[in-house]
Design a protein around this ligand. Structure first.
Ligand SMILES: Nc1ncnc2c1ncn2[C@@H]1O[C@H](COP(=O)(O)OP(=O)(O)OP(=O)(O)O)[C@@H](O)[C@H]1O
Length: 228
């Protein structure tokens, strides 16, 4: 982290293959920030998030995420960067043949946790944070869509990330459940200091939870926009 800054992009051009999606991107995200990311389909929201989690590389300009220089990110650095980022997608991507507990253990084991007691404690701790401690032994299909998304958020919290990047996290949920998920993400940013970026098309939810808005439009990223 540079001061309170978790993300800092300066003059970054973002390409998908040879297609310039966003040019001269300047973006600054601090600890505790809760940011909405909006823009029409194909405007570049997912591409911007991919730059932040090291799935696309920076063609020009400079970028830092969680202390990593994105311009110099080697393949071997990517798993370490990802431990400092919690990633939440619209389709829950839980392992469907394992319990909630096994899903969380799987991620902890894959990220170097070996002490059984610490693994058990951490699993209970994150499930407690999302209000699902009692669902430990359930299979994903035994949970509602909102509960499954909570498990995905719990999974994103396992390694105590500096920032959560959520791409349409409420896209498959009904309005009330969507509000509950956003409330949970807001609570995480306020109580734990984790920065949160949520890409969404849902203007109703943005109006319900006013916060900083970043917009992808005409190949640019506009910081701090207002919506009608
Ligand atoms: N893997 C890829 N290869 C080539 N072009 C791509 C790839 N992924 C995305 N694009 C193109 O990059 C542009 C930006 O896409 P991106 O997915 O970032 O938009 P988005 O704002 O997230 O859209 P949506 O709201 O539909 O998810 C689009 O023109 C898209 O067609």
């Amino acid at each position: 982290m540079i001061g309170n800054s978790i993300i800092k992009l300066t003059g970054v051009d973002i390409f998908q293959q040879k297609h310039l999606v966003l040019s001269n991107v300047n973006l600054h995200i601090d600890k505790n920030d809760f940011v909405w990311l909006i823009g029409q389909t194909g405007s570049g929201k997912s591409s911007l998030l991919k730059i932040l989690y090291g799935d696309l590389s920076i063609a020009s300009g400079s970028g830092y995420a969680c202390g990593y220089d994105l311009g110099k990110l080697a393949d071997r650095d990517v798993p370490f960067l990802r431990r400092k980022l919690g990633i939440v997608f619209q389709d829950f991507q839980l392992l469907t043949d394992r319990t909630i507990e096994q899903n969380l253990h799987f991620v902890l084991n894959a990220t170097g946790w070996t002490d059984k007691k610490l693994v058990t404690d951490r699993t209970l701790d994150v499930l407690e944070k999302v209000g699902l401690r009692s669902k430990l032994k359930k299979m994903p299909h035994e949970l509602s869509g909102g509960e499954q998304q909570r498990v995905v958020i719990a999974r994103a919290l396992l390694n105590d990330p500096e920032i959560i990047l959520a791409d349409e996290p409420t896209g498959n949920l009904d309005p009330d459940t969507s509000e509950e998920i956003v409330m949970l993400l807001k609570q995480i940013s306020q109580q734990m200091g984790t920065a949160v970026v949520v890409a969404t098309h849902d203007y109703h939810i943005i109006r319900t939870f006013p916060s900083r808005i970043i917009k992808c439009e005409n190949g640019k990223v506009l910081e701090d926009v207002q919506i009608a």
